[in-house]
Design a protein around this ligand. Structure first.
Ligand code: G1P
Length: 238
């Protein structure tokens, strides 16, 4: 899903013969190979959301591209870092149960109103232990008083195509937008929906502080840069 002024994303995964040649001519073969391989082996299709009518509307814009298949939604401003890739984890649950699954995490009370919040019970499925929850209901960005729990939806969803029918019927909700959370509510009631408390670390890079924290923490873990970056930070502190 892209939109106005986001063609940089499409360009990034496209061929870049001039840049490849430029790098080759300067003997930077390794970097030229990175550019050459960036979009290989994957076919990309893009659709644009021409009006910012909400996340549910954005997902609905992809209905034709997706067709009658399960699919994943990844919110680009949320970075999830863990041993098992976050989306892979949800795909495993979908494949084993035939039902959609979304990631959640415990959210502090003062941040509940930034999230979709679920009402859920432990699924008690031995394959996933305490981490798998059965969703009863969801509310988009409730006040702390109205929140049914402190489990917030973090931004990875693996869903069946039935969600599209629900989104078509979804009226504007919180913030006047067509909310994915409201479509998920109907889906949870119709065929069921799992929530999973992800083991890894979730960075909300959608605000400035979250973006800075994600940059620093991921840089510290980087195989090539981690060590020098750590000593740079130590020097700064001194
Ligand atoms: C969206 C979703 C919300 C979810 C959040 C996670 O909200 O609508 O349910 O909890 O992403 O980041 P947004 O942050 O786009 O306002």
């Amino acid at each position: 899903m892209t939109g106005r002024r986001k063609s940089a994303i499409e360009d990034h995964f496209d061929f870049a013969p001039e840049l490849e040649q430029f790098l080759h001519d300067r003997g930077k073969k390794e970097q030229a190979d990175v550019v050459h391989n960036v979009g290989r082996g994957v076919r990309f299709s893009y659709t644009r959301q021409s009006e910012a009518l909400g996340l549910g509307h954005a997902v609905l814009c992809a209905a034709e591209l997706v067709g009658d298949e399960p699919f994943a939604v990844l919110l680009g401003d949320v970075i999830m870092d863990g041993q098992i890739p976050a989306t892979r984890q949800l795909v495993e649950i979908y494949e084993a149960t035939g039902k959609g699954a979304i990631h959640v995490e415990e959210v502090p009370r003062e941040r509940l109103h930034f999230y979709g919040i679920i009402d859920a019970i432990r699924a008690k499925d031995p394959r996933w232990g305490e981490r798998l929850l059965q969703i009863k209901d969801l509310v988009e960005k409730p006040s702390a008083e109205k929140a049914p729990s402190n489990w917030g939806v973090t931004g990875r969803y693996v869903l069946p195509p039935e969600i599209f029918g629900h989104l078509e019927k979804t009226k504007p909700g919180a913030g006047g937008e067509i909310q994915l959370t409201d479509g998920l509510r109907a889906l949870a009631q119709e065929i069921g929906l799992w929530a999973y408390v992800y083991e890894g670390k979730t960075h909300d890079a959608g605000d400035k502080m979250g973006f800075l924290k994600a940059t620093v923490e991921l840089a510290l873990k980087d195989a090539k840069l981690g060590e020098v970056f750590r000593s740079y930070l130590k020097d700064l502190k001194a």
